[in-house]
Design a protein around this ligand. Structure first.
Ligand code: HEM
Length: 439
C-alpha cells in the first residue's frame, strides 16, 4: 500500500532537498545546478568546471559526468540500468526508497518504459515500436506542415496588434496537437493535457517542494483517470490511431495490462510535447539572437536539418539523466560500486570540446552536430527522436519562412524545471513594420 502523500514527498523529495541544499551551501557545483536559479539559466560554464575536474566527479547523491565519452559509455553499457534495486542499498536508503513508491504513475516510475530495465523494457519497447513505426511517423509530415501553417495564420492575425507569446501560441501548441492526433486523443483536451504535462515535467526534478508535488500528483492522477476511461472507449469503438492499436497489440506474454497501458500512454503523451516545445522555443530564440546563422539558413535551406541537430546540441531540451550500476564496475579508471548512481549531464556532454570544436559557438553548419547525446543513447534512446526531428524542422523552418523578421519583444522567460530546459514565455513581434506580413 502507498504511504501517505506527505511521507511519499518526504522520502522522494524532502530528504533529497535537504541534502541538496546542504551540499549547495558548501559549494558543491552539481547541487548548486539543481538548486540555484541563476546557474540553471546558464549552466554551461558549470558543466565545463565539472568536466575540468575529471571525467567523473562526486556529486551530492551520485557521481557526475559532463564528459561525452563517459556519458555515452554509461548510457550504452548493460552494466548500468535505471531501476534502483532496494536489496542492493543500505538499510536507511532502502526504507526511503520503499516509502517513496506508490501514489501516482509518473514518467520516472515503473511501468513507464523509461523506468524499467531489460527484459521488461525490451518487451514494452517492442510492443510500442510495432505501432510507432518510422513509416507511420513519416506519413505525418503533410499533416504536421498543415498544422504549422494554420497556427502561424492564427499568429499573424493576432500579431498585427502587437507582441505575442511564441510559446503559448505556437511552440507548445504544435507538439501537443501532433501527439494528440497520433494518439487519437481529442484536441478539445489539449489545454488540460498541457496542464497535466507540466505536472509530469516537474516530477522529473529531484527535491521539489511539497506544494509542487501535491499539484503534480493531482494533475497526473486526473490524466490517469481520464486515460483509463479513454481506453474503454477505444476498445468499444476503435479508431485508426496509435492508442487504438496499442490497446489491442499483443505478444507471446499477452497484451499490456491496464496499468502498463496507462504508463505507456502517459509517457508518450508527455514526452511527445514536453520536450519538443523546448526544441522549438530554444531554436527560435537562438536563431533570433544569431541573425547571421538565420541568414545562412535562408541562403541554404538544405541546412535546416543540421540546424535542428545544432539546437539539440547547443541548448538541449533534456539536460540530464542518470543510471545505476547493477554490478561493481569501472568507467574511465573510476571504480563504481554496485548500486551507485551516475548522473549524465547531457547538456554538458554536448559542449565537450573533446568532441565538438569550439563547443560554445552556435553553428548551424557544424559538421558533427548530430553526435550530440540530446536523445540519450543505448536501450533508452528516445523513441520519438524521428518525430521530434521532423517537428523541430517543420516548426522552425515554417516559422522563419513566414516571419523572417521575427524579433524578441521582451526577455524570454525560462521554465522552472531543471531536467527539462526551455522557455515558458517568449514575447515576440512578428514582422518588421516596414515589411508586410508574408501571406
Ligand atoms: C526534442 C524532443 C525530445 C527530446 C530532446 C527527447 C529526449 C529524450 C531522452 C533524453 C530520452 C532518454 C532518457 C534517458 O536515457 O534516461 C528519451 C526517451 C524517450 N522519449 Fe524522447 N525526447 C524528445 C521527444 C520525444 C517525442 C516527440 C516522443 C514521442 C512520443 C518521445 C518519446 C520518448 C519515449 C517513449 C522515451 C522512452 C524510451 C525508452 O525508455 O526506451 N520523445 N527522450
Amino acid at each position: 500500500m502507498a504511504a501517505p502523500q506527505t511521507v511519499r514527498w518526504a522520502a522522494r523529495h524532502g530528504v533529497a532537498r535537504t541534502v541538496l541544499n546542504r551540499h549547495a551551501r558548501r559549494g558543491n557545483l552539481d547541487a548548486r545546478l539543481m538548486t540555484d536559479l541563476t546557474l540553471r539559466d546558464d549552466p554551461f560554464a558549470s558543466y565545463d568546471v565539472i568536466r575540468g575536474r575529471g571525467p567523473i566527479s562526486q556529486g551530492p547523491f551520485a557521481r557526475t559526468s559532463a564528459s561525452h565519452d563517459v556519458c555515452a559509455q554509461v548510457l550504452k553499457s548493460d552494466t548500468f540500468g535505471v531501476q534502483l534495486r532496494p536489496q542492493q542499498l543500505p538499510g536507511v536508503a532502502r526504507r526511503v526508497i520503499q516509502l517513496s513508491r506508490g501514489g501516482v504513475l509518473t514518467p520516472v516510475d515503473p511501468p513507464s518504459m523509461l523506468a524499467v530495465d531489460p527484459p521488461t523494457h525490451t518487451r514494452y519497447r517492442r510492443l510500442v515500436s510495432k505501432v510507432f513505426t518510422p513509416r507511420a511517423i513519416e506519413a505525418l509530415r503533410p499533416r504536421m506542415q498543415q498544422l504549422a501553417n494554420d497556427l502561424l495564420d492564427g499568429l499573424a492575425a493576432s500579431g498585427s496588434h502587437g507582441p505575442v507569446d511564441l510559446v503559448e501560441r505556437y511552440a507548445a501548441l504544435l507538439p501537443v496537437t501532433v501527439i494528440s492526433e497520433i494518439l487519437g486523443v481529442p484536441t478539445s483536451m489539449q489545454e488540460r493535457f498541457l496542464q497535466w504535462g507540466n505536472g509530469a515535467a516537474v516530477t522529473l526534478d529531484i527535491g521539489i517542494g511539497l506544494g509542487e508535488f501535491r499539484r503534480a500528483e493531482a494533475d497526473i492522477t486526473a490524466l490517469q483517470n481520464w486515460m483509463t476511461g479513454h481506453f474503454q472507449r477505444l476498445r468499444d469503438n476503435p479508431g485508426d490511431d496509435l492508442l487504438s492499436k496499442l490497446v489491442r497489440v499483443e505478444d507471446s506474454d499477452g497484451a499490456l495490462t491496464e496499468i502498463e497501458l496507462a504508463g505507456t500512454a502517459m509517457l508518450l503523451l508527455g514526452a511527445g510535447f514536453e520536450t519538443t516545445v523546448n526544441l522549438i522555443g530554444n531554436g527560435a530564440v537562438l536563431l533570433v539572437e544569431h541573425p547571421e546563422q538565420l541568414a545562412r539558413l535562408q541562403e541554404q535551406p538544405d541546412l535546416w536539418g543540421n540546424a535542428v541537430e545544432e539546437v539539440l546540441r547547443y541548448d538541449s531540451p533534456v539536460q540530464r539523466t542518470a543510471r545505476v550500476a547493477m554490478a561493481d564496475t569501472e568507467v574511465a579508471d573510476h571504480r563504481i560500486p554496485q548500486g551507485s548512481l551516475v548522473a549524465c549531464l547531457l547538456g554538458g556532454a554536448n559542449r565537450d570540446p573533446a568532441v565538438f570544436d569550439d563547443p560554445h559557438t552556435f553553428d548551424v553548419a557544424r559538421a558533427n552536430a548530430r553526435e550530440h547525446l540530446a536523445f540519450s543513447a543505448g536501450v533508452h534512446f528516445c523513441l520519438g527522436a524521428a518525430l521530434a526531428r521532423m517537428e523541430g524542422q517543420i516548426g522552425l523552418q515554417t516559422l522563419f519562412d513566414r516571419f523572417p523578421d521575427l524579433a524578441l519583444a521582451g526577455r524570454p522567460h525560462r521554465r522552472g524545471t531543471r531536467v527539462l530546459r526551455g522557455y515558458d514565455a517568449i514575447p515576440v513581434s512578428l514582422a518588421d513594420a516596414r515589411r508586410p506580413v508574408a501571406a
